[in-house]
Structure formats: structure tokens, C-alpha cells
Design a protein around this ligand. Sequence first.
Ligand SMILES: [Zn+2]
Length: 167
Amino acid sequence: MYLIFEGKITKREKKYFQSFVEWTLKKYGMADAEISITLAAVPVEEMCGFSALCTQVEPDEYDIEFKQEFSLLMKMISISHEMVHVRQYYNKELAHRMRAGKWTTFWRRKAQPLNEDNYTYWDQPWEIEAHGLEKGQVIQWAMDTGHIKKKWMRESIEFLNPDGDLA
Ligand SMILES: [Zn+2]
């Protein structure tokens, strides 16, 4: 995996992001995947209303953009969310292809009935999975790597999960 940084990203952030991206790929069984990932911090006015985005540029090339103005924790959660989409694209669970002259989204090889009128972001299975994993992956990474002992991470986890797990 090749990791490329773009935009305003501090040395400390680069260290965390590299560790986190490597950790997620290992979790997904993709530690040896020959892919390149660009992490780009983008000013909010250039994000077209998105908090973060994942684009599959080529089958082995992914761009993750996130808001430059986000806190470190929100950047981590954004990268975490978008890494789920990287895995979904890489495993061909999620794909966007031209069909009958129209860009169509496929989930597990089934064309999704998406259009401007019925598009329900929160109900899409790929978004349910990404939202479901985004915070937990950051918490698990922090526990696995010892970052949990650092003050910013400990405080972040107390913020994310103030009352403990919901069983
Ligand atoms: Zn998403």
C-alpha cells in the first residue's frame, strides 16, 4: 500500500493516519493489497457540502478527501468511514458503472434504484456499514496500538462512547 498526503496535514496527523490506514487494511485482510491511497485535507469551501469523500480513481487507486478544518478526531472518523468504502470498492461490493448511458450504483452486483427523488443516503447498505464501523474502528485501533493511553484519544473515546457499549 502506498500512502500519499495532500493539503495541510501535520507531521503528527500523518503518523496517526498512516498507522490507522495500515491497521484497517490488516483488519480487512488487505495488508498486502497493491493499492495507492491519497489522503487529502481539503478546505471546506471546496468540499461541495460533503464532510468526506472516497473516490475509486482506478481499481487500485483511491482518493480520500476530508475537511481540513475538522478536529483530529473527526479526521480519524472520516478516514475510518472512507476506508470502509475503499474495502467495499476493492472487493467489488460497491461499484459505479455506466448502464444505458447513466451512472448506476451497484451493491453486491445489484443495480440500486437510485435517483434524485428516492435517494435516501442513510438507508444505503454501504453507508449503514460505513457509519456502523467508523467510530468502532478508531476505538479498536487506539486499543490495539496503545494510542488509547494518550490523552487526546482517551478523551475522544469518552466523547464517542460516554455511557459504555450498547448491548
Ligand atoms: Zn459513506
